[in-house]
Ligand binder design. Structure first.
Ligand code: ADP
Ligand code: ZN
Length: 210
């Protein structure tokens, strides 16, 4: 199964893609995670990306297309994959088509902007492995400590309130048009994001099994 997960920043793509990955045993790949890993490593790619990310803008298409291309061509993806956060613009979706990648389903998790803004203030990310938590909706067992690797949690620079607003604008103007793009191809499914993670997961699984 080749899957794309869409949704506004903070809609819960990362959390749901992990659940799908476990259940269907296919890798989940997040371009956001890849870019943050590049920033932690201090690579040139990371330095380029950071400026755009902190400003709530998309990293240039050529940069993300390059990293995703390499990943999709690798062996881990041969039985399918879940793309979380890619494509995020029409040119990125077109690039995916040009790579000859067939997409079976595009799942969009719908969450209202007001809810997003409230949620983002509680998001925490692991400094070691990049795992994502939420102080209220998905807390780690020990405060500020990652359940998976024991490293400390931090607040993403781009989760600052005014950056979140910019990211939402970017989402509506550049990413949301992809819904019509995939609707036309008959592969779009929309799911209403719920307050509880497991309730959204149930809807997501139902949509994928349908
Ligand atoms: P969220 O979905 O919560 O915004 P991500 O981790 O997916 O978080 O993305 C964080 C930032 O990384 C984005 O705001 C953007 O700057 C950059 N980014 C991630 N994926 C892409 C992409 N496919 N194209 C361009 N920029 C991207
Ligand atoms: Zn961790």
């Amino acid at each position: 199964m080749n899957l794309i997960l869409m949704g506004a920043p903070g809609a819960g793509k990362g959390t749901q893609s992990e659940k799908i990955s476990t259940k269907w045993n296919i890798p989940a790949v997040s371009t956001g995670d890849m870019l943050r890993a590049a920033i932690r490593e201090g690579s040139e790619l990371g330095q380029t990306a950071k400026g755009y990310m902190d400003a709530g803008q998309l990293v240039p298409d050529s940069v993300v297309i390059g990293i995703i291309k390499e990943y999709l061509a690798s062996d881990v993806c041969k039985n399918g994959f879940i793309l979380d956060g890619f494509p995020r613009s029409i040119p990125q979706a077109e690039a995916l088509e040009e790579m000859g990648v067939k997409i079976d389903k595009v799942l969009s998790i719908e969450v209202k902007d007001e809810t997003i803004i409230e949620r983002m203030s509680g998001r925490r990310v692991c400094s070691g492995c990049g795992a994502s938590y939420h102080v209220k909706y998905n807390p780690s067992e020990k405060e500020n400590v990652c359940d998976k690797c024991g490293k400390s949690l931090y607040i993403r620079d781009d989760d600052a309130a005014d950056t979140v607003k910019k990211r939402l604008d970017t989402y509506h103007s550049q990413t949301e048009p992809l819904k019509a793009f995939y609707e036309k191809k008959g592969v779009l499914v929309c799911v209403e994001g719920q307050e509880k993670v497991e309730d959204t997961t149930a809807l997501v699984f139902a949509a994928l099994e349908a």
